[in-house]
Design a protein around this ligand. Structure first.
Ligand code: 5RP
Length: 233
């Protein structure tokens, strides 16, 4: 099975295992999570699933929900009331403790707010995302306000991190997030303690959020290249 097929099988598998009529859902971002979104849309169209209220984590997901007729809300809508039953999202890296790095698609801020407001959390990945130590291969994304760019980079470099401002494609200059901020991609040279860094990176003035997700124990759906789906509780 090719990688696209694996992503589709994984996204659909998580929906079939976890999504039920009447749920308030957080919907993630990226090329794997989008298959979960499409599958929810087609189950709604078929009438197999009913009364879904969805909170999207990015414009990518919002537009997909609009296309598929998935009823859209925000966390602040009365119909949602600030809490969700379940969020399904992708990840850039997952370790054995189910700690993740997210934000490859630049949506980490809303992804984290939505994840941390969910009673249940599921991650959908192909097996290439499994790692022993987070942050050594895939850089940790960090969202910051544009005015804090130089002092934040200096502080991170003093921690021996290699830091890059994320550049846009088909637009000159940096990526601007959905919240009007910049993104840095941080690479560490040695293994780090993700829960400590998740807390400490956010202490740097000007940092809005970072891509370590360590405060939840998500179910992890891992699509394997042999076409099987592995579910880790
Ligand atoms: C977006 C994310 C994505 O979930 C993450 O980048 C994984 O995406 P993909 O499934 O396309 O590899 O965190 O901000």
């Amino acid at each position: 099975m090719d990688q696209q097929g694996i992503k589709e099988m994984t996204g659909k598998g998580a929906v079939d295992a976890l999504v039920r009529s009447g749920m308030k859902l957080g919907l993630g971002t990226g090329s794997t999570a989008i298959h979960a979104v499409r599958h929810i849309g087609s189950l709604l169209r078929a009438g197999t699933l009913k009364d879904i209220r969805a909170v999207p984590t990015s414009y990518q997901t919002l537009i997909a929900c609009e296309r598929w007729g998935i009823p859209l809300f925000t966390l602040n809508s009365q119909e949602i009331g600030g809490t969700l039953d379940l969020t399904i999202d992708g990840a850039d890296e997952v370790d054995g403790r189910h700690y993740c790095i997210k934000g490859g698609g630049g949506a980490l801020l809303l992804e984290k707010i939505v994840a941390y407001a969910s009673a249940s959390y599921a991650i959908v990945v192909d097996e290439s995302k499994q790692v022993e130590n987070l942050g050594l291969q895939f850089p940790v994304p960090l969202e910051l306000i544009p005015e804090a760019r130089v002092p934040v980079i200096q502080t991170l470099e003093a921690l021996s991190a290699v830091v890059q401002l994320r550049e846009a494609v088909r637009k000159a200059g940096p990526v601007i997030t959905e919240h009007g901020n910049f993104l840095l991609d941080i690479r560490f040279q040695n293994p780090v303690d993700p829960p400590v860094l998740e807390r400490e990176l956010n202490q740097i003035p000007g940092v809005v959020e970072n891509g370590f997700f360590t405060r939840l124990r998500p179910r992890v759906f891992i699509g394997r290249f042999d076409g099987t789906l592995d579910i880790r509780e």
